[in-house]
Design a protein around this ligand. Structure first.
Ligand code: 3HC
Ligand code: NAI
Length: 683
């Protein structure tokens, strides 16, 4: 046998075990080992049934993602499945950990499936912009029915073993820790059953798909119901077609159709972008000058200063991880309000059935409310989330320096301020770091970890390790105004503010960016946030200031760039149009002629690419893919375009350089260099 596979025989049962860490991905070597191992066991006359399982931490977690889209190497999974689906010897998949994608498809090609209760199964291919291409779209509906299959495959969600048993996706639960023994016993029972009549195979079953045959409305309704979630993605539409094929065609024709639909997806830019993002998200924690020998510090207790919008959300992250938080405010009313919001958030979750009341109380009990910073003397990490004012932040860090225990980490959640200046207010800048959460902080997955000029490696490693503890994706940033995501995305706003003075309406600009894939355009976004947040306090005349002067604050008062009805439905605003025209005249802005959506996208997003190139050039971001991860997770940049850097590569860097020049902008040095040398940011 090869190094990744081994066989043994126990009585009548042959056991084939694959060992390919870390997750037993079904790359070429594994497929070859499966093929050889099955042939060996099928040829062995003593063996009457087979148990297929894996070593280490999980059953196969899917195809090897890095092989997708690459030239194919035999044997393919379907050849392995032909062996699994043999008529003579029943095969049992013994599942633990996560049986995902091609891993679950392998299990579906076995005659039966047994799993421990802690196991999870699922078909997450949709997150990679593809569909289950090894029979998953044809076999799953035959086991669970068309409706459940559509839901499972288009959502990509993992299903716990118990639920999978209820759905008919697996056949039996093993006792936790006794998978091997239970799987052998199950296989022995099946050997006896098979001796009287050959076991059925999933591919032969029709009972669950018959009900859906000749009913195209099922798919039309499903697509309509999910129109919002599927917008911009390609894979969900091909998945629906493939599942329909499972109901309408015989198995072999269905497999052929599945393959065509898979192939179309795997060749698409959308899938390339999503696969890139899979690895990009996992590479953010690799910091070149911080090796594995630098150990993160333990975080067993946290202090949070400020129970406002951010402080509250930040606190929830730690409560969710079972870490106690001392929450400090300046006055009782603010403290009560902050804690009240946290409780309300949890109770809303409980009302939706996603948490029990007992869990709500357990989490709330982890908060120690306080009106004194003096209570933070023993915590391992203090996160400051007070108003965005340098004077206040320096005063607070000066006080914390005297209060915090030696070695405690002092973190700021500042959005734009200079972390080094904040650190200078302490006698221990090596313990100061930025932990920049995104709003709502309990939900958004991005955490920018800001490394100050003097931050020591252990403190950086601890910040990066917080991702694991509180379920965020940490991205390391150097110090600059706005750090990575805010800095590069602010440029989109400036470009839109300028463009709206040149003729295109707010709705035209918003529509172009919505169609590109953003959840909303910049003007709808400003109306939601409130124009007063940006419009007040400037000495110069600004467009926002002119709208605020008319008491147009956005959705919350009198409308902003749009008018709103009582259901918050937006309509174009003649008042805003006049304010824009007057301001454009005041600025002497040149009106441009008709502009296409593509030009709007270029005008607003090429500058983002340019700023991102500067962020990379200055060493603020470690790698281009970190910038993409920050924009996708912090600003909902559409993942199927891969983020600004990946997208720039698909557009072509010379085209972007030319576009920037035509707008009168100077392209970043790094961008020009790469454009001239035929280089790229992400390939
Ligand atoms: N292919 C290649 N590498 C993979 C992989 C896969 N399917 N799954 C995980 N890895 C790698 C990761 O990149 C990571 O590598 P690194 O250590 O060098 O960064 C390492 O394995 C460990 O992964 P995680 O850090 O994600 O480990 P976790 O324990 O947090 O999670 C997991 C484990 C739940 C299995 C998670 O890795 C995961 O969701 N993997 C992807 C599952 C998936 O999408 N499967 C479908 C693949 S496509 C397919 O099967 C097509 C088929 O239909 C033909
Ligand atoms: P906020 O106004 O909602 O909350 C600030 C809270 O700090 C208030 O409750 C206030 O009473 C309290 N506070 C003020 N001085 C204090 C002190 N000396 N001790 C203890 N508490 C004190 O502000 P928000 O939005 O939560 O912002 C906080 C910080 O987070 C700012 O630095 C901001 O730039 C940053 N940030 C904000 C984001 C957002 O979207 N709102 C996103 C990311 C960062």
């Amino acid at each position: 046998m090869s190094s990744v596979g081994s066989v043994e025989v126990v009585g009548q049962v042959g056991i084939l075990t694959i060992d390919n860490p870390p997750v037993n991905a079904l790359g070429h070597a594994v497929r070859a080992a499966l093929f050889d191992g099955l042939k060996t066991l099928i040829a062995n006359a003593q063996v009457k049934g087979i148990v297929l399982t894996c070593a280490d931490r999980t059953f196969f977690a899917g195809a090897d993602i890095s092989e997708l889209g690459q030239p194919f190497r035999e044997p393919g999974l379907n050849e392995v499945f032909d062996l699994l689906e043999n008529r003579e010897k029943p095969v049992v998949a013994a599942i633990f950990g996560t049986a995902l994608g091609g891993g679950l498809e392998t299990a579906l090609a076995c005659h039966r499936r047994i799993a421990v209760p802690s196991a999870k199964v699922g078909l997450p291919e949709v997150h990679l912009g593809v569909l289950p291409g090894a029979g998953g779209t044809q076999r799953l509906p035959r086991l669970v029915g068309v409706e459940a299959a559509l839901d499972i495959i288009t959502s990509g969600k993992s299903i716990a073993a118990k639920k999978a048993l209820g759905l008919g996706l697996i056949d039996k639960l093993a006792e936790e820790g006794r998978l091997r023994e239970d799987a052998i016993a199950y296989c022995e029972a099946l050997i006896a059953e098979n001796a009287t009549a050959p076991l059925d195979r999933v591919r032969d079953r029709q009972d669950k798909v018959e009900a859906a045959r000749g009913k195209p409305e099922i798919y039309a309704e499903f697509l309509k119901k999910n129109a919002r979630a599927f917008r911009g993605f390609k894979a969900p539409f091909n998945i629906v077609k493939a599942v329909e094929a499972a109901a309408e065609l015989d198995f072999d024709a269905g497999i052929k159709r599945e393959w065509e639909l898979f192939d179309e997806l795997v060749q698409s830019t959308e899938s390339a972008a999503q696969r890139y993002f899979f690895f990009a998200e996992r590479s953010t924690t690799k910091v070149p000058d911080i090796g594995k020998d630098v150990k993160p510090l333990p975080i067993n207790s946290v202090g949070v200063l400020g129970a406002g919008t951010m402080g509250g959300g930040i606190t929830m992250n730690f409560l969710n991880a079972g870490i106690p938080v001392t929450l400090v405010e300046t006055n009782q009313a603010a403290l009560d309000r902050g804690i009240g919001v946290i409780r309300k958030n949890y109770e809303n979750t409980a009302a939706k059935g996603r948490m029990t009341q007992e869990q709500v109380e357990q989490r709330m009990a982890l908060i120690t409310p306080s009106l004194s910073k003096g209570d933070l003397g023993e915590v391992d990490l203090i996160i400051e989330a007070v108003f965005e004012e340098m004077g206040l932040k320096k005063e607070i860090f000066g006080e914390l320096d005297k209060i915090a225990k030696k070695g405690a980490i002092l973190a700021s959640n500042t959005s734009f301020l200079d972390l080094n200046e904040i650190a200078s207010a302490t006698s221990r800048p090596e313990d100061v770091i930025g932990l920049h959460f995104f709003s709502p902080a309990n939900i958004m997955r991005l955490l920018e970890v800001v490394r100050g000029a003097e931050t020591r490696p252990e403190v950086v490693a601890t910040g990066m390790n917080l991702g694991k503890i509180i379920g965020k994706v940490p991205v390391l940033s150097g110090v600059c105004p706005g750090f990575i995501a805010n800095r590069v995305m602010a440029v989109r706003g400036y470009a839109a503010d300028q463009l709206v003075l040149e003729g295109p309406t707010p709705q035209a600009i918003d529509k172009a960016l919505y169609d590109y894939g953003f959840a909303m355009g910049p003007f709808a976004m400003i109306d939601l946030v409130g124009l007063d947040v940006i419009g007040r306090g400037s000495n110069e005349r600004t467009l926002y200031g002119d709208l605020v002067a008319l008491d147009r604050l956005g959705q919350k008062k009198n409308g902003g760039f749009y008018d709103y009805d009582e259901n918050r439905r937006a309509t174009p605003s003649p008042v805003a149009a006049k304010v824009i025209a007057d301001f454009a005249a005041f600025k002497g802005a040149q009106t441009r002629g008709d502009i296409t959506d593509e030009e709007i996208v270029a005008t607003t997003l090429y500058p983002v690419v340019n700023e991102a190139a500067k962020v990379l050039e200055e060493g603020i971001a470690l790698r281009a893919s970190d910038i993409d991860v920050a924009c996708i997770l912090g600003y909902n940049w559409p993942v199927y375009t891969g983020g600004p850097m990946f997208w720039a590569d698909t557009v072509g860097l010379p085209k972007i350089v030319e576009g920037l020049k035509a707008m009168g902008m100077e392209p970043a040095k790094l961008l020009v260099e790469k454009a001239q040398s035929g280089g790229s940011f992400t390939r």
